[in-house]
Design a protein around this ligand. Structure first.
Ligand code: GLY
Length: 373
């Protein structure tokens, strides 16, 4: 089943090279991907899909298209275009860093370290966090972190390992510790965002941007926490991060509906109209596979997590994937970008497609993704 799904995903990715050209898919409307010129936080995912497909097939068409994306990321970095946010890890881990990992290309390595330096500029020493959005001092966002940033930290840990400069790692650890303390609640659910006083880092309150309400658990945010803390554990060996990844994963699994694919927010009232976010479940499948790799065979959660991965992947393949629709542009239907904001509440999301493919690669041939090496 996983093999058939992976082959289908790769065939669709190949067809999309011709469709997308040098542009990048973001989210879809009525089954057609919106394309842009590498201007959004999502552009790395297309690059990552091309690199995964290349590694699986060794087909040069994938490599050539992936190299084009890396060129585009070079230009984006040189001109500091659309990099005024914290999602630098999402962008450069799957593009230039993947190129370094696969080809040991020194220029790609230097480019990725340069990208890490751009992320470091968002460190606010007074408040001791990485500012997610907006310029320093921004009235709404100057003191704000968001849980998604846990997936940007691997870029900093990696830059430390490549350069020996401890600042990258210190920043990543301080941000992960702050996220663990303030974004993760006592019952292992999570806030999407948290506000601090930017002058001294004093905690103010939790909130949301894409969730149902300020105190709710936006399922994709919980997914970023699960995979992000597992990766912080991978890089640091800090057991507290693994513990947090495990606990947030149990919360996610215990709150799934019968078909094992998450609604967009665990606190949104469930009616026949409530939207899913298949992308959250695809991210969690990867996060669980990452966690499983760190568990002792005697760990009571091992079989529980393995079952959860297979139940989720089976449901994604059988009920949410576009297997059987040869012309479909996307791989996973029923993702939700922002139900609250009315943006693509039930469509293809390029990150949903990416994590679905990464999970299939992990299951099929033990690939570990491009978040760490
Ligand atoms: N990182 C942005 C999102 O998950 O929508």
């Amino acid at each position: 089943m996983y093999n058939e799904a992976l082959e289908d995903a790769i065939a669709k990715t190949k067809r999309n090279i011709g469709r997308f050209g040098k542009r990048f898919p973001h989210v879809s409307n009525d089954g057609v991907y919106e394309l842009n010129d590498n201007t959004d936080w999502t552009n790395g995912f297309w690059s990552g899909m091309l690199w995964l497909s290349y590694e699986h097939t060794k087909d040069e068409a994938f490599r050539n298209a992936a190299l084009d994306t890396v060129e585009s990321f070079r230009d984006r970095l040189d001109n500091r275009l659309h990099l005024d946010h914290h999602d630098i890890g999402f962008l450069y881990s799957l593009s230039s860093k993947a190129k370094w990992m696969i080809e040991r290309d020194e220029q790609a390595k230097r480019m990725t370290i340069e990208a890490a330096d751009v992320l470091m500029k968002r460190w606010r020493a007074e408040g001791r966090y990485l500012q997610a959005w907006g310029a320093k001092g921004d009235a709404d966002n100057g003191g704000r972190i968001i849980v998604d940033c846990m997936m940007n930290l691997p870029l900093l840990y990696w830059a430390f390992e490549k350069t020996g400069n401890e600042e990258y790692k210190k920043v990543a650890i301080q941000h992960a510790d702050k996220s663990r303390r303030f974004l993760i609640r006592g019952d292992d659910s999570s806030y999407h965002t948290f506000y601090f006083n930017p002058a001294d880092g004093e905690a103010i309150r939790g909130g949301t941007a894409q969730g149902y309400m300020d105190g709710s658990t936006w399922t994709r945010g919980q997914a970023w926490a699960i995979y992000g803390f597992a990766l912080s554990y991978r890089y640091t060996g800090n057991q507290l991060y693994l513990e947090t990844a495990k606990r947030t994963a149990v919360y996610f699994i215990e709150h799934l509906p019968e078909d094992q694919v998450a609604y967009w927010d665990f606190d949104a009232p469930v009616t026949a109209e409530t939207k899913r976010d298949s992308s959250a479940s695809a991210i969690v499948a990867c996060g669980l596979l990452e966690i499983i790799g760190h568990l002792e065979s005697s760990d009571p959660l091992l079989v529980y997590f393995q079952d959860a991965v297979h139940r989720t992947m089976r449901s994604l393949i059988e009920r949410y994937s576009t297997i059987g629709q040869a012309d479909a542009q996307g791989l996973l239907e029923h993702g939700s970008y922002s139900v609250r904001g009315g943006a693509s509440p039930d469509d293809f999301m390029i990150w949903g497609d990416y994590y679905y493919m990464e999970a299939l690669m992990r299951l099929q041939n033990g690939h570990k993704g491009y978040w760490y090496e």
